[in-house]
Design a binder for this molecule. Structure first.
Ligand code: DX5
Ligand code: ZN
Length: 231
């Protein structure tokens, strides 16, 4: 994975048809997805429950791009090795998930993955100041984590503050939650370059009718680019 700041669209498969996950992944990857975002929830750190390492490993077999795994679990450390074994390229942990984020990030890199840190809406940008050299990605939550399809929260000033802290370091700024063809321009203007989108990608289509997915991904990318050139 070579770092660059080009806009990337990372569909969240939380909104996909899990009974047909292989074809869903093929559909988005052949219609413009740059990365595939996988949401892991534990019913404890967030009030929802999704999948664990064995299912993530099964999903990995279908992904040809990048598997971006977003852990909404606490604790994280006992599972880092299992997610490395499952084939995560990027493993993101929430800074709010425990007292030892620095150790968690070290473990993630030690296990051969890119290390991400996610910030809840209530957590300030300054929280990453002392882990800036331990991270490859910062995920700015633009909803409170736990569910797809929620209303976008504008975190533009936080994204701007993160940009200042990051400077020219090779750290991705990702946004997650409520991203669609309208809000994409807001976040890209603020400085985000990896856009996670679940419901806005998987609406109106299916693995059998994947053109809608392509249309949805393009609309998000267009929105992000339009503002980039305009600003
Ligand atoms: C929310 C998850 C998101 C979610 C985004 O807790 O981390 O990745 O799937 O879904 P949308 O794009 O529908 O807000
Ligand atoms: Zn996510």
């Amino acid at each position: 994975m070579e770092f660059n700041r080009r806009i990337k669209i990372a569909p969240s498969i939380l909104a996909a048809d899990f009974s047909n996950i292989g074809r869903e992944i093929k559909a988005i990857e052949s219609h413009g997805a740059d990365w595939v975002h996988v949401d892991v929830m534990d019913g404890h750190f967030v009030p929802n429950l999704t999948i664990g390492p064995p299912a993530v490993k099964a999903i990995r077999k279908h992904i040809t791009t990048v598997m971006d795994v977003h852990l909404m679990i606490a604790p994280v450390d006992p599972f880092v090795e299992a997610f490395a074994d499952a084939g995560a390229d990027i493993l993101t942990a929430h800074i709010e998930a425990g007292p030892h984020i620095h150790r968690t990030l070290q473990m993630i890199r030690h296990n051969g993955m890119k290390a991400g840190v996610a910030l809840n809406p209530g957590t300030p940008a300054s929280a990453i100041s002392n882990i800036i050299n331990q991270i490859d990605l910062v995920c700015v939550m633009t909803v409170n984590p736990g569910f797809g399809g929620q209303k976008f929260l504008n975190m533009s000033s936080k994204i701007g503050a993160l940009q200042k802290i990051i400077g020219d370091r090779p750290v991705y700024i990702e946004v997650d939650g409520g991203i669609d063809s309208k809000t994409a321009s807001i976040v890209s203007k603020a400085g985000a370059h990896v856009l996670v989108a679940g419901s806005a990608v998987f609406r109106n289509g299916s693995a059998h009718q994947p053109n809608s997915y392509g249309h949805n991904i393009n609309a998000i990318r267009q929105s992000a680019h339009n503002t980039t050139t305009a600003s």
